[in-house]
Design a protein around this ligand. Structure first.
Ligand SMILES: *Cc1c(COP(=O)(O)O)cnc(C)c1O
Length: 387
């Protein structure tokens, strides 16, 4: 075992961030290719910066936030948070009592860790389902969470979405839709309605997913629920501050769904090139991905058991892509518990800083290196944790 705990994952992340910082310092931001799809843009203007220094700013920004947020998500009132995870935590703190239950439906496991962790923190029990057959709220259930699009961009079928909302409401249970990426993927690529228009009570989206905004969470819902959640958010410091709110507003104003639509063509081309190299490379709605299982298939040898796990192999691959090729992917820079699937998102702002051939070469080289080092614990530890 070379990754033993979430503390090790923190160390891995620090090593990745240190490497990134050193590259930015030596060669500039353009030397990096952030294909994570989570680059966290901050498109504020000079005049916004002035407003941040005055009392007028927060007042002005909160008015624009309501307007732009409701255009994007629907609903009656919006609230901005430091993270999507913060919005989920505030909602569970506000709507679920200790001893009650949160149940979560998502198109494919694993779920985002913020949901089970928040339930645990509140002393609530937690169940999760990726099959509609098993989904059943119980006596104790006080919140249903639906993930519209998973971390690996698996999209919920519209039928299931409708059924879950219906079943939950029949039992008088509120529904929060975690639409971190889904608020754009589902609506732009799959022509699904916005979560609020489907009858959800609350929805939260991540303003840096498929959108050039800061990493933050934007929630919408009925006024009364939002006020209840805002109260908890303020008690625990979970709400976004004016500079982040300014970034969210400008990102919403400049949001262009065409960029997501255009990424499909690029993705198809890249996928057919990579397929010759990695059997299990899959398409995502806006890019390609290689799961830990598929990376494992590429590097395992028939005669020996590998001394490391699938997750470790995939994380190593992401760190090699970063440290040898300056390609930023989620398993390298993500928080503990993050998915180990390597996703190359062609809707990323940086996707046009690389040719397909460069990406193909980087994957070829990384796999070759991976095959060489997986039996050498020292080398693996070095790639994961050294800076
Ligand atoms: C990204 C994501 C989150 C968390 O977003 P943060 O901004 O990292 O807190 C939660 N749920 C899903 C489905 C996500 O994809």
């Amino acid at each position: 075992m070379i990754i033993n705990s979430s503390l090790d994952e923190v160390k891995r992340r620090e090593s990745a961030l240190k490497y990134i910082a050193s590259q930015v310092k030596e060669k500039g931001r353009n030397s990096l290719h952030d294909l994570s799809g989570l680059a966290g843009g901050f498109p504020v203007s000079e005049s916004d910066l002035m407003l941040l220094e005055t009392y007028a700013g927060p007042a002005y920004f909160s008015e624009s936030l309501q307007k732009e947020g409701i255009v994007h998500l629907g609903g009656e009132k919006v609230l901005a948070f430091n993270r999507t995870s913060a919005a989920i935590l505030a909602t569970i703190l506000a709507l679920v009592k200790p001893g009650e239950e949160v149940i979560h439906y998502l198109p494919q496991l694993p779920s985002h860790p913020s949901i089970p962790r928040s339930a645990k923190l509140q002393g609530a029990s937690y169940r999760e389902y990726d099959s509609i057959k098993d989904f059943k709220p119980g006596e104790e259930t006080s919140l249903v969470v639906i993930t519209g699009s998973t971390m690996d961009h698996q999209i919920i079928p519209l039928d299931d979405f409708e059924k879950i909302i219906k079943i939950s409401h029949q039992q008088g249970v509120k529904v929060l839709v975690d639409d971190a990426s889904g608020a754009r993927l589902r609506t732009v690529l799959y022509n699904q309605p916005r979560a609020m228009d489907m009858g959800a009570d609350l929805v939260v989206t991540s303003t840096d997913k498929l959108m050039n905004g800061p990493r933050a969470g934007l929630m919408s819902g009925e006024t009364q629920l939002i006020d209840q959640i805002a109260d908890k958010a303020h008690q625990f410091g979970l709400e976004a501050q004016p500079p982040v709110i300014a970034g969210i507003i400008r990102a919403l104003e400049t949001f262009n769904p065409q960029i997501i639509i255009d990424s499909i063509e690029r993705k198809d081309k890249l996928h057919s090139k990579l397929k010759k190299l990695v059997k299990g490379v899959e398409k995502t709605p806006t890019g390609v991905m290689i799961s830990e299982d598929k990376i494992w298939e590429e590097v395992k040898t028939p005669e020996t058991n590998l001394p490391i796990s699938k997750r470790e192999v995939a994380t190593l691959m992401a760190m090699i892509l970063l440290k040898d090729h300056n390609i930023v992917t989620i398993p390298a820079v993500g928080m503990p518990g993050v998915t180990a699937t390597i996703r190359l998102d062609m809707a990323s702002a940086d996707s046009n800083t690389m040719e397909d051939s460069q990406i193909v070469n980087a994957i070829t080289d990384s796999l070759q290196k991976l095959r060489k080092i997986i039996f050498d614990e020292e080398k693996c530890l070095n790639i994961l944790y050294e800076s």
